[in-house]
Design a protein around this ligand. Structure first.
Ligand code: ADP
Ligand code: MG
Length: 136
């Protein structure tokens, strides 16, 4: 049964800063994701606060928003069968130390906060996050 999906992916500031943009995109392509939309942006802190609103009660919320707005990011819409779950698998665990070998966070992540990539975690959040960046 077909379940073609779109998910939002972000190459975070730590990875853009280390010039990993093309390397990470090539991993998505190699894993049969289609990059249907993309742009490089730098968020204002207020925008990061809106994007990460689901985490507003977490102790790391303020740091997280400072970090996401600290430098350029690459925002992409990835399309594939079961893209949301497939991208989460390819990214690996939130903490790079716990991520499996072969995942993006294992290979490139620096720490639990500077973990190189974001990926939507549900169809509902994928839609909200794609609209946040690409609604015209
Ligand atoms: P994921 O990005 O894997 O979906 P979460 O949604 O739980 O993870 O958290 C969002 C982001 O917040 C993480 O990618 C990471 O950058 C940061 N973060 C999560 N947990 C922590 C933590 N304990 N300390 C610092 N930053 C964290
Ligand atoms: Mg999340």
């Amino acid at each position: 049964m077909s379940n073609m999906e779109e998910t939002l992916s972000i190459i975070k500031p730590d990875a853009v800063e280390r010039n990993l943009e093309e390397k990470i995109k090539s991993i998505f392509i190699k894993n049969n994701f289609q990059i249907t939309r993309q742009k490089k942006v730098k968020l204002e802190k207020k925008e990061a606060e809106i994007f990460y609103k689901v985490h507003e009660t977490k102790p790391f919320y303020n740091e997280l928003c400072n970090y996401l707005s600290s430098g350029p990011i690459v925002v992409m819409v990835l399309k594939k069968q079961n893209a949301i779950l497939e991208n989460r698998k390819l990214m690996g665990a939130t903490d790079p130390l716990e991520a499996e070998v072969g995942t993006i966070r294992k290979e490139f992540g620096i720490s639990i906060d500077k973990n190189s990539v974001h990926g939507s975690d549900s169809p509902e959040n994928a839609k909200t996050e794609i609209d946040f960046f690409f609604k015209n």
